[in-house]
Design a protein around this ligand. Sequence first.
Ligand code: ARG
Ligand code: ZN
Length: 466
Amino acid sequence: VRSRVLGVAATALAITALTAGSGAAAPVTAPAAGDGAPGQGDPYFPLAGNGGYTVRHYDLDLAYDPSTRRLDGHAAITARATHGLRAFDLDLSGLRVTGVRVDGRTAHWTRHGQELVIEPARTLRRGAAFRVDVAYGGVPEQVTDPDGSPDGWIATDDGAFVAGEPQGAMSWFPSDNHPLDKASYSFEITVPSGYTAVANGVLTSRRTSRGETTFRWRQSRPMASYLATATVGKFDVQQYTTRSGIPVYNAVDPREAKGAAPALAKIPDILDWETKLFGPYPFSAAGAIVDHAPDVGYALETQTRPIYDRAPDVGTVVHEMAHQWFGDSVSLTSWQDIWLNEGFATYAEWLWQEQHGGRSAQASFDHYYALPASDGLWAFPSADPGDGAHIFASPVYTRGAMTLQELRDAVGDRAFLTILRTWARDHRYGHGTTAQFVALSERVSGKDLATLFHTWLYTAGKPARP
Ligand code: ARG
Ligand code: ZN
C-alpha cells in the first residue's frame, strides 16, 4: 500500500499519465518453432514471464556486500518443459551472467534487454523435468515501473530494501517473472556479520564464520516471483510464536523501532482476526520487515513477511497481512485483475476499522462516494486500469473496496463473508480471475449481480448512487 504521505502525489501522477494515454502494449513476439516465448502474454507487461516451461523451485544462493553494493548470485532452478524447447528465456535485468548450465551441461546464452535467452546443449522434450544453473553478479539496478516508482533490489545506507511488484524480481535473480508461474523457494544469503538477511518463510539456519553470516530461509508454499525478498540491513530481530502456533519473525531498522512498535505488537491479533474472517492462514510463518529506506513510497505484501519502507500504522499492517490470503495465496493470472489484490486488502482495512471502534465500511464508502466526478478515484473502472502505469492508483484500491461494499450491501453480511472465505479456500495456493469471482458471488448469493459488477468494475466514470 502507498505510504499515506505519498498517496496524493502518486494519484496525481497516475492521472497525468492516463490523460497522456500511452495505449497499446507491444505484442509478444511469437516464438519460433521449438522456442519458448519471451513473455506470458500479459497485455500490461508483455515481456514478464516466459513461455514453454513452468518452474517448480528456485534455490537462490546470494552474497551481498552493503559497502560495495555488489551482489553475487547462483540460481538453481528446477522446471518442467511444457513444449519441446530448443531455447527458452528467463527474465533478468542488469547484472552480469558468468555461466549457464542446463542439466549440468554448459548452455549457450545471450541477453536481449530483460530476456536471458538460453539454448541448452540438447533440446528439452515436452514434459521433461530439467534444471538450470545461472551464475551472475554485479551491482543490481532497480527497475523503474511504468508509474515511475522504484522496484526490485533497492540499495539503502545499510543494505538493501528488496520488493518486486510488479517486475522487480528480475533485478536480483533470473526467473519466470509473472504471477502465473508460482514456485517454492529456498534462499541462502551471506552478508558481513552484523547484518541480517531476511527472506520469505522460515529461517532454517544462521551461521557465522570468518566475519560472514549465512542465513537460510525456506518458503515451501507456491510463491510468485514479485513476492520474494532478500532484504539486508542492520536490524533488531524479534522472534516469537503466536498462541495459534505461527512463528513470527520481525526485522526492524532501529531508527524505525519506536514508531513501528505499536503496529507490530498487533500482528498476533491481526492474524487471528483475519483468520476468523477469511479462513485458515495460508502460510506457516509470519512477521514484518521495517526498513529505513530511500524514497520508495510503498509497502509490499512479500509472502509471509510484508516489507514496510518506514514504521507502518495498524491499517497498513492489516492491509499487507490481508494480502497473504488475497494476492499471495490466491494469485492474479493477469495484472489487469489487480483489484482482486488491492480492493480486497483495502476492504480488510475498512472492516478492521468497523470492528475496532472506527467508522463502518459503509461510512468509508460514503466518504469516498462524496468525492466529485472529477476526482482521480473515478478516472477508470477498477478492473480496467488500461495499462501497467495505473495498477496502483486509487480506482484499483478505493473503488475496488467500494465494489466489495456494494457487493456486501447487495447480498448481505452472511453471504458476503461466505464469498470471501470460499474464494480464499477454493483458490488457495493457486490463481483466481475476476470472472471467477463474479461467478462465485452469484452462485453463493443466488442473485444476478451482472449490473453491479459491470458498473463498478468495467464502466468508466462515477457510478450513479445505488
Ligand atoms: N501491493 C502493494 C500494496 O500493498 C503496493 C506495491 C506498489 N508497488 C510499486 N512498485 N509501486 O499496496
Ligand atoms: Zn496492497
